[in-house]
Design a protein around this ligand. Sequence first.
Ligand code: SME
Length: 152
Amino acid sequence: MTATLPAGPIVRALRAAHLHDAPRDGLLRLACEAIRALGPPYTSVYAYMLHGDELVLEAFSGRDTEHRRIPVGSGVCGTAVATGEDQNVADVGAAGNYLACNLETRSELVVLIRRGATILGQLDIDSDVPAGFGAEHHRAVKAVADALAVLL
Ligand code: SME
């Protein structure tokens, strides 16, 4: 069984950074780095923020990606915004809408950053582990996304 990884310390670190006037990109980078530091299944973490009808990569930790801008409706990331639903893709090879960044990624979790009814962006997490994300990972990442929604 995969151990449950608490988001509390990450949320507290984000609040502390915000109290010390960390800029938006600093908070996003901190979130990406802290989630990735938890280790597998979190291989690479990307913060895509919504600018009009495009998601723009504002921070990441892990493998670089050529997908710096993703139109709403495109890929797993754009689908999350278009549908208003978080995406947990157990097998990216079987997902018709997956935009590949590399050959190692096996599964992907996208959690929206929402403030009320407004979607601000998302945390997009790639895993080299097949079906890497369960409900407990989703809950932990959502706690970080909810903290960012307040602090950004
Ligand atoms: N796989 C994503 C594209 C972003 S990269 O994973 C960083 C997608 O299908 O939208």
